[in-house]
Write a protein that binds this ligand. Sequence first.
Ligand SMILES: [Zn+2]
Length: 398
Amino acid sequence: MPLVWALLLLVYAKRLAALWHEPVWRVPVLVVESDDWGAGPLEQAAALTAIHAVLLRHRDATGQPAKMTLGVILAVVDTATTTASAYQRVVFDDARLAPVLDALRGGIAAGVFVPQLHGMEHYWPPAVLAAAQTDSVVAAWLTGAAWPATEALPSALQSRWTDARVLPSLSLPVAEIDVAAALETATFARIFGQAARVAVPTTFVWNDAVERAWAAHGVRYIVTPGTRHTGRDAAGKPIGDGRVIRNGERSHSGVRYPNGERRNSGIRYLVRDQYFEPALGHDAARGLAALARQTLLGRPALLETHRFNFIGTAAAASLQTLDVMLTEARGAYPGLRFMSTEQIAEAMLQTDTALLETGLRWRLRAGLTRSHTLPRFARLARLSGLALPLWIMQQLSA
Ligand SMILES: [Zn+2]
């Protein structure tokens, strides 16, 4: 083997091994992950009912209806009683929000909606309260019209697990994270009658302390964009260590017990890096292309979307796009499976052989296909001539 091939493989060894270890799906899987629903504008009730009807029109090979996981926000500011010095919240099971909660529960009962924890609020209340002292837009948001949309807050303040009253943002005290995580998981369990097992950090900013606190209250899986951000930089942009996260990967965060024993938090990561936002111009073909790409790579297709697509002026067109995308997905993949994100995670954890490949040949094929997604690897393999033996291996494993 030429030295340059050995060097190339050595440089990429860790990343290639990670691709090799990532579970390989043998069936196409699709779930639409939609964030930001819950305590907020009342027009969500009609939007959820309309989405429910569209999802119910589509069934997979096993008779399961199409699924949308909903990243749920459990509380929002009570604009009528909040003052410059005291924050007050309205929780999702308040009678005033009953139409929204009823619509959401109706979809859960029908098997089309699956609630996931997005956060008590889509922000860290003390940070928003502090920001309102100097920012009149934030002040008006806190004490203005009822049920304000969190999408209207400055982006950095939409991160719950960092204090963005100043930039770069500050870490939150661990004790405050523990109290907040305990309250939000208990509130989720009270409202939905089930523990929150999947969490989606708002704006994908979170850290080890959040993972430990969530894990202590039953959260087992965290949806990630394939990396972790832990704060906001001076310009308000999310920042992290840049580490690449793979599906099913175990978090490094540990829990230390009073007797000194250290155990892993048990948290596992999922990767959601495909986007389906019809209001931003993403059409059915884009959703279908994401499904095709993920299926080729032996990965489940977790399509990220948000409530803003389905309320307001874009709603009707977004629903239509969702409907067309699901119709075309079923047509293109007769073996397609609609699963919740928790079901996807459980299948990977238990290596469900009806859904996942364990044979060497298929794993090798998926590993080689996935290697094309590594930055610069495909180009360097081509330049060095390594691409040819890799291609032959890929053909032989087909
Ligand atoms: Zn969100």
